[in-house]
Design a protein around this ligand. Sequence first.
Ligand SMILES: [Zn+2]
Length: 220
Amino acid sequence: MGSTTDMPIYHDITVPVSPETPLWPGDGPVRVEMVADMAKGAPANVSRLCLSSHTGTHVDAPFHFIRNGKKLPEIPLDTLIGPCWVAEFPDLDAVDAVDLEATVPVGTERLLLKTRNSRLWDEKRSDFITDYVFVTPAAAEWIVRRGIRLVGIDYLSLDAYSEYVESAPSAHLTLLRNEVVILETVNLSGIAEGRYQLICLPLLAGNGDGAPARVVLVEE
Ligand SMILES: [Zn+2]
């Protein structure tokens, strides 16, 4: 990009929202319609969007699974913006506490987990898969114990799909009860393990359980 060495490099890890975005079962469909179209003589182009608050790259607030939990507007910006560690686990089917303990630096406050899930975004898969890489309940407890404020993963949920069968998913409950913010559906395929600045800005729209976000990693 630039010629100066101190120029920051930005990585957009956002998965765009469109009718092709993979959706959680029951969460669809995404509708994007032109309500004013200059090609048809309108004075402006205006679209109308219809989507779940958990579509594409999005943030889960505690209120998503906790009745009196914090809503998105109550989440401090300094949770969503700041130093972040990207941990890479290319060979795991589930990320467990021992995996995190072995690699995540002490003092990490924001943690993004890069797994084989990220390849799905490069392949532009629009179907939902159930055998994605997830976080174990023990890993969620480890994240809380470590004082991590935000954790992200590269698929639609950080809980195993089987966690949703009869009850609320346990990693979500552990994290959200302890006010750890969850970031889901980021594309980390082009990102190397290491330290970045995270900029994660969910829309202030809807009921505050969650919202799509534009998410950027800044390399220094
Ligand atoms: Zn969500």
